[in-house]
Design a protein around this ligand. Structure first.
Ligand code: SAM
Length: 248
C-alpha cells in the first residue's frame, strides 16, 4: 500500500489530509480515487491506514480505518558520516542508507575531498537531499524520515565523534576488524565514518582516534567510498539483529 509522511497537524479526529506535492502524486501518478486506501505515517511511530473520501485539486482527505505502530525503525540509531563524494554518489548513499535504516547523515569535508562544495547552492542541494530521503523512507516503509545535516568541516566531524556512543572510522590503512568493533556492546548511537575517493591522511585518522573513533578495516579489498558507506551500514544493522522479523 502506497505510503506518505504527514505531520500531526494533518490529523483531525478520525480523518487526515494529504498536502503539497503528495496531492499531485496521488491524483496524477497513482490516479487514486475515493475508496482507495493509502498509509500515512506521522514520523513519530504511528501508521494510519486510511480510505480516500475526497480527492480534489487542492486537498485529499482520508477516513482513518485503523492505526498501527510503524515497524520500519531500527532499534539502533546510526549516523552515517561521509566525506562528500563526487557527483550523484552522495545521493545514492542517502537513498540506500535510508533503505538500510540510517537515522541521519552527516556530510563533511576533509583534506582529500575532491568535490568543490559550492556554499551558494548548499541550501538548494540540501532541499533535494531531503526529497530523496522522504521518497526513500516512504518506499522502504520507514517510520521516520532520516535527517541530513548541512555539510560540516573537519572540526564538526570531530565534535560528532565525541558525541557518539561509538564512532567507527573506516580506514583503508587497516584497523580493528569490523566484526570485532561492531560486537562492542552498549552503543545506542553509532557513528560510521567513511573517507572520500582520495582516502584519509594519516594525520586525520590520528585526530579521529584521539577524539575517540576506532579505526576499522573493511577487509583487504579497497572499496569505493559509496560501497564502503552502505557496506558498513548494512554490517552494523546485521550485527544488531536488524535484518530479521517480517515486513508489512
Ligand atoms: N584512495 C584510497 C586508496 O587507494 O587506498 C582509497 C580510498 S577508498 C576509495 C574511500 C574510503 O572508503 C576510505 O577512505 C575508507 O573510509 C573506505 N574504505 C574503502 N576500502 C576500505 C577497506 N578495505 N577498509 C577500510 N575502509 C575502506
Amino acid at each position: 500500500m502506497q505510503r506518505y509522511f504527514i505531520s500531526s497537524e494533518q490529523i483531525q479526529g478520525e480523518r487526515f489530509s494529504i498536502q503539497g506535492e503528495d496531492i499531485h502524486h496521488i491524483r496524477r501518478v497513482m490516479r487514486f480515487r475515493p475508496g482507495d486506501q493509502i498509509v500515512a505515517c506521522d514520523g513519530e511511530g504511528t501508521d494510519y491506514v486510511g480510505e480516500l473520501i475526497e480527492v480534489a485539486e487542492d486537498a485529499v482527505i482520508c477516513r482513518i480505518l485503523r492505526r498501527e505502530p510503524s515497524t520500519g525503525e531500527p532499534g539502533l540509531r546510526v549516523t552515517l558520516a561521509q566525506s562528500l563524494p563526487k557527483g550523484d554518489k552522495w545521493e545514492w548513499v542517502l537513498q540506500k542508507g535510508t533503505e538500510l535504516g540510517a537515522s541521519s547523515f552527516l556530510p563533511f569535508t576533509s583534506r582529500r575531498t575532491v568535490v568543490k562544495w559550492d556554499r551558494a547552492k548548499a541550501e538548494k542541494r540540501r532541499q533535494r537531499w531531503k526529497r530523496i530521503l522522504k521518497e526513500a523512507a516512504e518506499q522502504s516503509h520507514r517510520g521516520r524520515i532520516p535527517q541530513v545535516s548541512a555539510v560540516t568541516d573537519w572540526s564538526g566531524l570531530l565534535d560528532a565523534i565525541q558525541e557518539a556512543d561509538l564512532a567507527l572510522i573506516a580506514y583503508e590503512g587497516g584497523g580493528e576488524p569490523l566484526s570485532a568493533a561492531l560486537s562492542r556492546q552498549g552503543a545506542s548511537h553509532l557513528l560510521l565514518i567513511v573517507g572520500p575517493e582520495g582516502g584519509w591522511e594519516e594525520e586525520e585518522v590520528r585526530q579521529a582516534r584521539e577524539a575517540g573513533a576506532v579505526p576499522v578495516s573493511l577487509g583487504p579489498r579497497i572499496l569505493r567510498t559509496e560501497t564502503a558507506a552502505v557496506t558498513m551500514l548494512a554490517c552494523a544493522m546485521y550485527a544488531n539483529g536488524e535484518m530479521g522479523g517480517e515486513t508489512r
